[in-house]
Ligand binder design. Structure first.
Ligand SMILES: [Cu+2]
Length: 112
């Protein structure tokens, strides 16, 4: 094998490795799902990071909402098979309810 090819091969390995390391350390946002089923939010408590998204999907026949107790966000009415996505842009612990059935409670914890 000519020496030139060996050098190019080595360089590709070095840059390939660097690219992998960079992509592993770059922030990756995660997408979570909360299923609304049986008049419950599942999971009831979800811990995520800033920039992550949460999708509420209503699989019940009854309509529901996901509404922050402090009213900072509200899915509005979600009929069966409808969903709504929230992007976490603030740290903290956010309790939420269903406006139609306030006994339904959930918590989203956003860490930095
Ligand atoms: Cu409800």
């Amino acid at each position: 094998m000519p020496i030139k090819n060996i050098i190019i091969g080595t360089l590709l390995c070095i840059f390939g490795g660097t690219a992998t390391a960079l992509s592993m350390s770059a922030p990756v946002s995660m997408a979570y799902t909360v299923e609304i089923t049986g008049f419950k939010f599942v999971p009831e408590t979800l811990t995520i990071k800033l920039g992550d998204t949460v999708r509420w999907v209503n699989v019940d026949a009854a309509p529901h909402t996901a509404t922050a107790e402090d009213k900072s966000w509200d899915s509005g009415r979600l009929n069966r098979q409808q969903s709504w996505v929230l992007t976490a842009d603030k740290r903290g612990q956010f309790k939420y309810i269903c406006r139609f059935h306030p006994i339904m409670k959930g918590t989203i914890i956003v860490e930095g």
